[in-house]
Ligand binder design. Sequence first.
Ligand code: ADP
Ligand code: ADP
Ligand code: MG
Length: 455
Amino acid sequence: MFHGLFTVVDRIRKVLVANRGEIAVRIIRTCRKLGIKTVAIYTSVDSEAMHVKLADDAYSLGSNPYAYLDIGRISDIAKKSSVDAVHPGYGFLSENSRFAKAVEDVGCVWIGPPWHVMEMLESKTVVKKLAGSIGVPTVPGIMELPSIGELRSAVEKIGFPLLLKADRGGGGRGIRIVRSIEELERVFDLAREEVRTAFGSDKLFIEKYIPRARHIELQILSDRYGNVVVMGERECSIQRKYQKVIEEAPSPIVSDGDRRYLYDLAIRFMRSIGYVNAGTMEFIRDEQGRFYLIEVNKRIQVEHPVTEMITGIDIVEHQIKIAEGRELEIRESVYTFDGHAIEARVYAEDPERLIPSPGTITWIEFPNLSNVRIDHALSPGTTIPPFYDPMIAKVIARGATREEARQRLVQALSSFRIEGIKTSIPLLIKILTFSEFIKGNTHTEFMKEFIAGGH
Ligand code: ADP
Ligand code: ADP
Ligand code: MG
């Protein structure tokens, strides 16, 4: 039944998990806990994958490894398998408003924000305009780029370096640092062409580059009735190629005063746009301590477990309950946390050469420590195909203090044995034991300095 803006069911009893890998497994686990049946989808290379084995039922997408992006096929499966709802995970189609709408059109509940809200937030410049209209600060920049000829005078006001960003970019792709007007003129057409192919829109915009920034993001939950709560922040400043490598919660530098300030902005913003379900507001903090909203991620995030570890809240469970149309059980934003949690993303890659290392896992031994969570879809014999994101596991450790969490994470990573493929575990241990990390002196240029320092 379609009722106003939302497809309505009284209970979600069966969910199609439109994803693969660790996040598909993680969603299936919560569904099981709630007594909800699950349906997996898989491409031929994933026919033996863990998410397929754990789900109650599974449908093949055929031999094209990129069929996880096939809106028509997946919404057909949703219909055919008589699920009540679709959970998209992260990546793939999770932020695609056309997919969300297609799911609703076949009569299923979309476990995410309303598609028209997603559509609005797909453009980073629209987010900036919406934010500006209610006094939420964003990075100074140029949203409508004039012709390359007129750019010169426009960028003078901003100064170099600057960032050339794709309006519909994501996952760190479509972002490029530009250091001079000559460079901007040289790369402009190429950048436009690249983002057209990658994101289906060639719109670029410019932002002032914030040096040694901190990436601070807020985990939001909101229901259909205007209740919006913040589950604290995560700091994700350790990045490579604008992608997160290590994340933690709470941030070592965010004060209670910052929290009051940011939560107030976030609640006002999310309410003003009618946001429903889980979402993340990403900010960067400059060296003077000012915060700027950079984008809204309309889905569960990779790093959500750090928040779960220090709040005891299962975010996927709340996503499902919100999608059922229930009112949020949590009525207050969270200001006090149960210790500290740090997550390290394990990549199937050669840590020396930083290139992907697909292949078959011949031996695996997981750390067995309390206060350590490992999100993965791995077992002996699992093949890591070359077609997908090379992140194969997340190791998350909690401690009473940041230092305790850090030591526990190092211990966990040191006893995590994976053979048959190369992984980033040695690099993660080096970062976590580097003096600047121990001090909490993290910023988005950390990895560049770490690697340049010969670490
Ligand atoms: P994506 O959609 O790819 O995640 P974001 O806009 O969230 O793109 O930016 C990704 C990362 O790039 C941020 O986490 C931050 O490290 C860096 N970044 C983004 N904007 C700026 C900026 N104006 N100055 C400095 N770094 C930035
Ligand atoms: P408090 O003053 O409550 O002890 P802090 O010393 O942590 O808090 O300082 C942060 C204060 O700065 C917040 O209270 C907040 O209201 C204020 N503030 C105003 N604008 C900004 C901004 N753009 N970024 C960060 N803080 C801001
Ligand atoms: Mg981002």
